[in-house]
Design a protein around this ligand. Structure first.
Ligand SMILES: [Zn+2]
Length: 414
């Protein structure tokens, strides 16, 4: 079974995959070529050993990424043109009629479980081999299994009602079902932004207020200066799983909060923590979460419209190796093939994210010391073994944060 769309899909998948592999190889080559000299800006703060460790760590992760890209292509091709999805449809039809809502649910759940199981060895390799080798892993097998079980439970509890609502609307809401689905999706996404920080994240981690008195006093004053309620600041026990340090801003409305990893708090000095916090406050003040939500929502409206048009086209199914048209099948096919077509959006989204990071940095230096933020960034790069010398094209395509050198150069000029 194949038609013109088969070839369009194969072309898109081929181009996206070739670009990914090309970028990955560029990154490996670039990082290795700069492995033996610390860039001049960082020469005082970062010893050669740490720089080389960052290079080796980056290359190891990139190699796993290459394998992941190839595995993904194989899985997508097997499911579609390889006939596995059609086979699954037929198996489930023996138990539930194809027209039933439950057939769709069973089919989608099967594909999701299949993909999770296939990607599991890669996750295990990343955590227990790569992270372990570079001294970052704190995860035990027990904790890994507990996380997996909790993650599955959360996915079922939060995902099943949404999936049920989408499948039901697609069957019952008439011609403009995609618009109603969009309304539900948008409302659900706002709901998740409110519920996640307060009720879901605590299932996996412990969040506590800042206890160190000197630090608490310092951050209290900063939060007051920036108009952020102080009970929105938490320290998270990130050290339970990994030695990597980080900080993030999350949530909407009353559940918005800034989270500092305990690993970050333990390694930075109070003035450095204050500067990092000021950066996160920048994300809050500049409404980056809300803007991202609106952008994603606009994109999902466009995607649902396209899905609505495709779900009625016989050529869409046949071009992808399926002879049983049904909404759930269209949804699965769409989720499998859309990444190949949306690949070109990735650098645009990365660019947007980096713009936000520069903005948050600007905000930070108007409320804290630029020198402290620079010191904090250098420490974080060193401790997290993040490369200082990424391939410029790879970075432009994927990185949500500007390369260290650009970010620090800009901070120095303010
Ligand atoms: Zn940021």
């Amino acid at each position: 079974m194949s038609n013109a769309f088969t070839w369009v899909f194969l072309l898109a998948l081929g181009l996206a995959t070739a670009t990914r592999l090309w970028l990955a190889l560029r990154q490996v080559r670039h990082v290795r070529a700069h492995r033996d000299a610390v860039p001049r800006t960082f020469a005082e703060a970062i010893p050669l050993g740490a720089h080389q460790k960052a290079a080796d760590y980056t290359v190891a992760k990139e190699r796993l990424g290459i394998f992941d890209t190839l595995l993904d292509v194989v899985v997508v091709l097997l499911l579609t043109l390889g006939g596995v999805l059609q086979w699954l449809i037929d198996q489930w039809v023996r138990l539930v009629p194809a027209s039933s809502l439950w057939h769709g649910i069973a089919l989608i759940a099967t594909v999701l479980i299949l993909r999770t199981v296939i990607s599991l060895p890669l996750t295990l390799y990343r955590v227990f081999v790569i992270e372990e080798r570079f001294g970052f892993n704190r995860m035990t097998w027990g904790l890994f299994l507990v996380d997996l079980a909790k993650g599955l439970a959360v996915a079922v509890v939060l995902g099943a009602p949404l999936l049920l609502a989408i499948l039901w609307l697609a069957g019952a809401a008439g011609r403009y079902w995609w618009f109603y689905v969009w309304v539900v999706l948008t409302a659900y996404s706002i709901f998740l932004h409110i519920v996640f920080p307060r009720f879901i994240s605590p299932i996996f981690n412990k969040f506590s207020p800042v206890t160190d008195a000197a630090l608490a006093d310092r951050v209290e004053r900063l939060l007051a200066r920036c108009g952020f309620r102080s009970r929105g600041l938490y320290v998270m026990d990130g050290s339970k799983r990994s030695a990597h340090g980080n900080a993030y801003f999350t949530g909407l409305g009353a559940s918005k909060r800034i989270v500092l990893f305990d690993t970050l708090v333990s390694r930075l000095q109070p003035p450095e923590i204050e500067a990092v916090l000021a950066h996160e406050l920048g994300h809050y003040k500049l409404r980056h979460i809300t803007k991202a939500l609106i952008l994603r929502s606009a994109l999902s409206l466009l995607l649902l419209f396209v899905l609505g048009a495709l779900a009625d086209q016989q050529w869409f199914y046949e071009g992808l190796g399926v002879r049983t048209p049904a909404f759930a099948v269209a949804l699965i096919l769409f989720l499998l093939v859309a990444p190949a077509f949306m690949f070109i959006l990735e650098p645009v989204m990365s660019l947007y994210s980096r713009k936000n990071e520069f903005e948050a940095d600007q905000y930070a230096v108007s409320h804290a010391e630029a020198a402290e933020l620079i010191a904090a960034l250098v420490k974080l790069y060193k401790d997290n073994a993040a490369t200082l010398t990424p391939d410029p094209l790879h970075s432009a395509f994927y990185d949500s944060h500007p390369p260290a050198a650009n970010r620090i150069a800009r901070l120095k000029t303010t």
